[in-house]
Design a protein around this ligand. Structure first.
Ligand code: ADP
Ligand code: MG
Length: 618
């Protein structure tokens, strides 16, 4: 199941040109008007910049050399106009391109989130959520830099440079040739540095996201951190990551800043060469200095955009690394997507059949082996078994979080592999072993069960789940905000909210995975009574470790080591004195011990039979 993650590490070292072409193909068309307007502004900027050296010849030759004072007003006026146009056009292109950049960020954020929602559960169990979030954040900013800031710079600087070079060549082709010999070495240096930078940048993004992910995990688990006095250990671990990230950042700086001395030194030679040649030539020919001054002005003005262009290449490379990492996520095939001819699931009674279902998360570590049982329509089926027996996995397969490697699961005779996942899950209400609350109010959290549930239905469900009382005790009642882990609520309260969420869904199939495990005995009894009412008429699969829940079930399925070892009613199973269930029952019947599933004897016996190194869930 870690395939998805490996893909992230290995794919996408492709070429730069196809990547840029893809970004343009996917987004370019929508931005044609904006880019057109920006290009006009940029043209104006370039033209007005090139205008300055162009008038320089007239300024020097006519105003200073030939003393034509009548031209002063005209020349100065045009300079002022040129600068006004340049200022306004610079503003215009900057705003337009920034907006395009922001729009692109929004667009990729939406695409990424929608895509993440389509990926299988396996991707998320194999990926640290904090790291993923941090990486996406860095990557999206990277792509904005690529298409926003970097393109601005490229377009503006390239056009300005072209304008100035045209002026230079028109003014003096020989001097131009002297100045432009530095071009090829700069291009070579840029290419060399980009290759170095590509690798370092990728490493830096990965180190940074690991760092931010680790910090987030530490703060989320802060009570465990403090309880086990892990602060020192964690600080050391984080400090190492920080050192690593700092090192990477320094390396990026060393590599990318190497561009600056290279261009400075080469530019020094070029400018000195031009001055030397022009000086000797002027002494020899005695020509007026206007043309040479115009040339040198153009050369000096060209230096800045040329230098920035050389750097922009380097920044572009960093942005491309990020863009490529985004596409690595976007290109992940949603695991087990719906079949092409998938149909809607139609539920009449809601009978669930497991037929010889086998499954493993990782190759060669079977978790379920040929599991067969039937949960009759409208009846309650209890699954009992030691921790790690594969009970939660059954429930995951029924919802198609994963697909079985053998056998099939059918609801009302329809193989769930052939129906759309959305239609399948609409028919199921699920209370997971780890209750999870989302950012938002308590009301929102219950309404996630069914988007069109009315407030009255939500409160009704909360009452049934025995949550209404504590919800009303909160300062804002149903409108109380709960954090990402619902930190202000206890485990039992969170569990009752997720039961309310399942109740409000009103689905024909109800899956309860140790739904009452975090409740104390008293509230468990009351929630159980409420659940009994909800379970009536619904096909319910309940995983429970307390006898009270199990005894009333229409059928009990006993699991050990991924196999169904016994099934029947409570009466038929206890009648067999040596059955695994009878053993649970004897253990449970001691008045104050309510645990079926945590039977140490059964687990020990299972271990003896299969002395493999199976990882067990605590
Ligand atoms: N996402 C997962 N990836 C790999 N192994 C898993 C995963 N979830 C559960 N397992 C393993 O599968 C086995 C059965 O787990 P589970 O179905 O959760 O057991 P139960 O609910 O009966 O306690 C355990 O050995 C557990 O370690
Ligand atoms: Mg479980």
């Amino acid at each position: 199941m870690s395939d998805d993650l490996n893909i992230i590490r290995t794919i996408g070292r492709g070429d730069v040109v196809p990547l840029i072409r893809r970004i343009l193909a996917e987004n370019g068309r929508d931005y044609v008007p904006a880019y057109g307007a920006a290009a006009l502004c940029l043209l104006a900027v370039a033209a007005t910049t090139a205008f300055l050296p162009w008038v320089m010849e007239d300024i020097v030759n006519d105003i200073f050399y030939r003393q034509r004072h009548d031209l002063i007003l005209w020349v100065c006026g045009s300079v002022i106009v040129a600068f006004i146009i340049r200022g306004l056009a610079s503003y215009g292109q900057a705003v337009i391109l920034a907006r395009v950049g922001n729009n692109l960020v929004a667009r990729y954020q939406r695409r990424l989130f929608d895509h993440l929602m389509k990926l299988g559960v396996g991707f998320f169990t194999a990926t640290r959520s904090g790291q993923l979030a941090a990486r996406i954040n860095e990557n999206v900013t990277g792509i904005r830099d690529l298409l926003g800031l970097t393109l601005t710079a490229i377009a503006r600087d390239a056009m300005t440079l072209i304008g100035l070079v045209v002026v230079m060549i028109v003014q003096d082709p020989v001097l131009s040739a002297i100045a432009l010999v530095i071009g090829p070495p700069i291009i070579w240096a840029v290419n060399y540095l980009m290759r170095r930078l590509r690798k370092v940048t990728r490493e830096a993004v990965e180190v940074n996201s690991r760092l931010i992910g680790a910090m987030q995990e530490a703060t989320q688990g802060i009570t465990i951190v403090k309880a086990f006095t892990m602060e020192g250990q964690l600080s050391n671990k984080i400090a190492q990551l920080i050192e690593h990230a700092e090192g990477r950042a320094n390396r990026i700086a060393r590599v990318s800043e190497r561009m600056t001395p290279i261009t400075e030194i080469l530019a020094g030679f070029a400018i000195a060469g031009v001055i030397a040649y022009a000086g000797y030539r002027a002494a020899a020919t005695g020509e007026p200095p206007g043309a040479v001054m115009a040339f040198i002005t153009a050369l000096l003005l060209a230096y800045d955009p040329a230098r920035r262009l050389a750097r922009v290449q380097v920044n572009l490379e960093r942005a491309l690394v990020n863009a490529r990492m985004i596409y690595e996520i976007l290109d992940l095939e949603p695991h087990q997507s719906d079949r092409a001819q998938a149909v809607e699931l139609k539920v009449a009674g809601g009978r669930v059949d497991f037929n010889n279902v086998s499954f493993s998360y990782a190759a060669d570590l079977p978790i379920l082996r040929e599991v067969s049982f039937t949960a009759e329509a409208g009846k309650t089926t209890a699954i009992v078994g030691g921790s790690g027996a594969g009970k939660s996995t059954l429930v995951a397969l029924l919802q198609r979080f994963y697909d079985p490697s053998g056998g099939n699961i059918a609801i009302d005779g329809q193989d769930i592999a052939g129906v759309t996942k959305a239609s399948l899950r609409r028919q199921i209400a699920y209370v997971s072993q780890q209750p999870y609350l989302f950012e938002g109010t308590i009301r929102d959290n219950i309404r996630y069960g069914r988007a069109d549930a009315t407030d009255a239905e939500i409160e009704e469900a909360a009452k049934l789940a025995h949550a209404d009382e504590f919800i009303r005790q909160q300062t804002q009642g149903y409108n109380t905000l709960v954090g990402e882990n619902g930190v202000t609520l206890s485990g039992g309260q969170r569990q009752r909210l997720s039961i309310a969420r399942a109740i409000v869904r009103k689905a024909p199939v109800l899956l309860l995975d140790e739904a009452t495990s975090a409740l104390d005995t008293e509230s468990e009894a009351r929630v159980q009574a409420a659940l009994d009412a909800v379970m009536k008429g619904r096909t319910t699969i309940v995983i429970a470790h307390r006898l009270s829940t199990v005894v009333g079930a229409d059928r009990i399925v006993v699991m050990e080591e991924g196999r169904v070892v016994e099934q029947g009613t409570h009466q038929s199973l206890v009648a067999e004195p040596f059955s695994a269930y009878a053993r649970f029952h004897r253990l449970q019947s001691r008045p104050d011990e309510g645990e079926v599933a945590r039977d140490p004897k059964a687990t020990a016996a299972a271990k003896r039979r299969a002395p493999t190194t199976r990882r067990r869930k605590a």
